[in-house]
Design a binder for this molecule. Structure first.
Ligand SMILES: [Zn+2]
Length: 533
């Protein structure tokens, strides 16, 4: 501190302690020429009579008449009461001068709370409100007139963030309090209590004042809030929405690996680190490739799903990352039961989920609003290269179209179909990359759910575009996309709509969306020109 008050405080402390020791312990029996046995009231020398202690009356002082019955009673230390009081007064003065700079700082801004010792304030931290959003700095008032708990919070943060005011004991005590506080509170800077922890640990990290084992702990403290589907079919992949990801110390860039994907931590949530330009992301993270009901003897098939991950800190520009913590959590998920439908490609009633009732109305709604287009690779001047590499789903704006009162999700295996002139049935041209799986409609808005807005072809399944070129003089009448909710192509499981963490109602039947005539025209041009390009 270096202020004259420090010197005054130390001088007064030394004087007070010396005076107290003298007043309280100097005049002991048998020391410094004092008699070994004395009357405990008038201090008369009773050394010669101490051996008569065994008798009935004990030792009676000839001076004042006080009777003593034990040897200990004759060996009382003579304390100078007035001097003890004065020395305590001096010590109080020493304490007062040590806190005076803090109390008087900036025109007494700290008020009397500035005089409370730091350890006492630290012990009050667990009493602060931990309700999310409860932290707010009182506006337009001097600190000394803030509510008491606000003052405590401000004092703890202010003092612990100042190296001169944090002794070893204060540091240790605050760390002990932090270790017994749950991560959900520690990391929540919006609550009164969480604000203290995030501020102090944030400052300690920036000031490089964390003890090494404490730093290992502090950087590993995280809180992750997940939204998972209540129930899922067996063998289906598990997706979840991360609604919140917070850490105690957030002074460096942070990445998180969950399952097999790495996410960037931005503004309290996760964003895929490898998200490509134009790629749309539905906001869900894949937690597991499949959910398996291990114990089939259980009455209620509730599966405890382990969630594992690693937290990295690093430098975004240099792209260097090192692990600082682990994510280990367990979430309970129910295994769904389905009542078998009459057709195998239709989902029957599912326990825990509602199916849409007005199937025809929703089919009409989807077909009038969702448009499919081919995704082409183009050269620099806009010429289309090769065959389409995938399909884009687009929403059509129809202000006067039929309305929807409740949301629904549909999705599943997606195939590209074509019908040739003079034929009844369609042929499968290609199946689409099964990482994409569906569409969620909510409040009249379509949200594409899956990994990309455009979906790539998997050429391995289906006849391929070359098949169409081999048919001379045969016209491709029409093409369309079919989505089968119970198809076997998507992942290992079924009921792809249920992978949506926010599924409200499930559309249970296959859906078919036709390509427009103009889209077909673009494809026919390519087919006619083949193999000239
Ligand atoms: Zn006496």
């Amino acid at each position: 501190m270096g202020s004259p008050w420090t010197a005054i405080a130390w001088t007064l402390t030394a004087a007070g302690v010396a005076m107290f020791m003298y007043a309280a312990f100097w005049d002991r029996p048998g020391r410094r020429g004092r008699p070994a046995y004395r009357c405990r009231r008038c201090w008369y020398d009773l050394t010669g009579t101490a051996d008569r202690l065994g008798s009935l009356q004990g030792v009676v002082c000839p001076e004042c008449g006080r009777a003593h019955h034990s040897r200990r009673a004759l060996r009382r230390t003579r304390r100078k009461r007035w001097a003890v009081l004065v020395s305590l007064g001096v010590l109080a003065g020493a304490y007062a001068s040590s806190v005076w700079p803090r109390v008087s700082a900036y025109g007494f801004v700290n008020g009397w709370v500035g005089a409370v010792p730091t350890p006492a304030l630290i012990l009050m931290v667990p009493l602060l409100d931990d309700t999310p959003g409860s932290y707010a700095r009182p506006q337009g008032l001097p600190v000394a007139r803030w509510p008491l708990m606000e003052q405590v919070s401000a004092q703890v943060v202010g003092r612990l963030s100042t190296e001169d005011e944090t002794g070893w004991f204060e540091h240790w005590l605050f760390h002990r309090v932090a270790r017994v506080t749950p991560p959900s509170v520690l990391t929540d800077g919006t609550s009164k209590r969480g604000h203290v922890f995030t501020s102090v640990y944030g400052n300690w990290a920036r000031q490089r004042r964390l003890w090494s084992d404490e730093e290992d702990w502090a950087r590993s403290v995280y809180f992750m809030q997940l939204e998972l589907p209540e129930s899922l079919p067996q063998m289906s992949p598990v997706h979840a929405r991360v609604t919140s990801f917070r850490r105690l110390v957030e002074d460096r860039a942070c990445r998180v690996r969950l399952h097999e994907r790495v996410y960037e931590v931005r503004r309290g949530t996760l964003l895929p680190a490898d998200l490509e330009y134009r790629e749309r992301w539905d906001g869900t993270v894949r937690l597991s490739d499949y959910l398996r009901w291990v114990n089939s003897m259980q009455a209620s098939p509730r599966e405890m799903l382990p969630i594992a991950g690693i937290i990295f800190e690093g430098d975004r520009t240099a792209d260097i990352w090192w692990p600082v913590g682990e994510i280990r959590e367990v979430h309970g998920v129910n295994i769904v039961h389905e009542t078998p439908g009459t057709r195998t490609d239709v989902i029957g009633a599912i326990e825990g989920y509602r199916l849409v009732e007005d199937v025809d109305a929703i089919r009409a709604w989807v077909q009038s609003r969702i448009r499919v287009e081919f995704e082409w690779e183009q050269d620099r001047i806009g010429n289309r290269i090769g065959w389409p590499k995938g399909v884009v789903f687009r929403m059509q704006d129809l202000p006067d179209g039929p309305g929807l009162d409740a949301g629904f999700t549909f999705g599943g295996s997606i195939v590209l179909m074509a019908r040739l002139e003079g034929q009844e049935d369609g042929v499968v041209i290609a199946s689409l990359d099964p990482t994409w799986w569906g569409v969620r409609v909510r409040d009249g808005f379509v949200e594409f759910v899956g990994h990309a807005q455009w979906v790539g072809f998997e050429e391995a399944d289906g006849m391929g575009f070359e098949y169409l070129t081999g048919l001379h003089e045969v016209r491709v009448e029409s093409m369309w996309i079919e989505i089968h909710p119970k198809g076997g192509v998507v992942g290992g499981g079924e009921y792809a709509p249920l992978w949506d963490p926010e599924v409200e109602r499930v559309f249970p039947e296959p859906l078919r969306i036709e390509f427009s005539e103009s889209e077909m025209g673009g494809l026919r041009e390519k087919l006619d020109a083949y193999p000239a390009w």
